[in-house]
Design a protein around this ligand. Sequence first.
Ligand SMILES: CCCCCCCC/C=C\CCCCCCCC(=O)N[C@@H](Cc1ccc(O)cc1)C(=O)O
Ligand SMILES: [Zn+2]
Ligand SMILES: [Zn+2]
Length: 478
Amino acid sequence: KGLRDTEHQRASPIPSQFSQEERVTMKESLKGAIQIPTVSFSPGEFNTTALAEFGEYIHKVFPTVFRTSFIQHEVVGEYSHLFTVQGSDPSLQPYMLLAHIDVVPAPDQGWEVPPFSGLERDGFIYGRGTLDNKNSVMAILQALELLLIRNYIPRRSFFIALGHDEEVSGAHGAQKISALLQARGVQLAFIVDEGSFILDGFIPSLKKPFAMVSVSEKGSLDLMLEVNKTPGHSSAPPKETSIGILAAAVSRLEQTPMPNMFGSGPLKMTLQQLANEFSFPANVIFNNLWLFWPLVSRLMEREDITNALVRTTTAVTMFNAGIKVNVIPPVAQATVNFRIHPAQTVQEVLKLAKDIVVDDRVQFHVLESFEPLPVSPSDDQALGYQLIRQTIQSVFPEINIVAPGICIAQTDSRHYTNLTTGIYRFNPLYLQPQDFRGIHGINERISVQAYETQVKFIFEFIQNADTEQRPVSHLHEL
Ligand SMILES: CCCCCCCC/C=C\CCCCCCCC(=O)N[C@@H](Cc1ccc(O)cc1)C(=O)O
Ligand SMILES: [Zn+2]
Ligand SMILES: [Zn+2]
């Protein structure tokens, strides 16, 4: 299994070893990036001063990237960045590395150190964006900078796209870059983006970490529910106000989970590959899902994260109503964020939601929707997947299992489906449940060692991608 070397393979890869001085520089560069508060607040509302400063910052810390003749740099949508790295062999189809510069807001409360301080404590760099996703922005450019310093010339062309509004949907960054590349007739062999990790401790009976490369991602439906009633004096209230009617409707939605879709989608592949990693009797159960699927599907529902893998989730995220204590509220509005399982569609979820609410006093307004993404190939012929696998095996030799999976959130990669069928979401970092809580939460942090390893991974990955795409098929192995 894996990638077959060819006679044209680079004779000796550049070793992924960095001097003490380089290691200090790379961590200081990440800290500097965290200190620039590139916050996205809402669609179209960003900290533009910080985004502009970030553009200048990457020029300063990665000078070789910007002065290399075979690298073209373009600013797209004012603050996003597109790098075109021209390889020496035009017969090899290019690929693309994605990351995003923007971060979600981070109020100071609850943080051990201020969220935009980039302070180092006990071997960890703290701050908003250390995992989502300035680590990737900086590690990609850092790995390229280090390769260029070592006189590396790629054979396979590649793009680096750094969006500036992923956290508010990517309309001004990723969507524009995608349209630009499409207009240029670019087709990509594959894309690598954020969205999954080496997962440690997410499945209770699985003791060893495993690498999950997400080959699909959930869709979404933002649905606003609205109830209108005639306002009046609160001293003679109607039996139900707009608030009461709406509260009952959203409560029904919360109390009636969408159907469990266990068995459809990439999760089955994930569990089948993990089956032998469980100890007895879980290994027997996971090796015989045809028999035990009702049990496994119920077990998956128990925890929030694994529940998100088996169904479309329902999150009531906003509720606005009422104008004064003694006024019957004229209007009540609630927004529900559904994350759609790959085996369902936006229309199906909308119908299910209406069937659950069954109250014609409640109006439904679709604010935004996105279908789940198609499943990218993860077979022996899938170049992107096999390159990720090969690089994991080299950089993390202790990891036995690399399995395809599903991303429960959404990523900028969803805007690039016109350019490739191979979209892989993987960050080469260990992630434990408590780290997951730091993403969009408090005390987001990355260890210095993990960041160095991420740079090493990308440093090796870029070189591995220079292979003349010859993933080994089963037939050849016979
Ligand atoms: C059997 C295996 C167990 C698997 C356990 C899975 C653990 C979860 C691991 C990783 C997930 C981390 C995902 C990080 C990427 C986050 C990306 C993100 O936050 N995207 C936003 C994008 C967005 C969407 C809609 C909007 O209106 C604005 C932004 C998101 O909210 O999805
Ligand atoms: Zn992100
Ligand atoms: Zn995020």
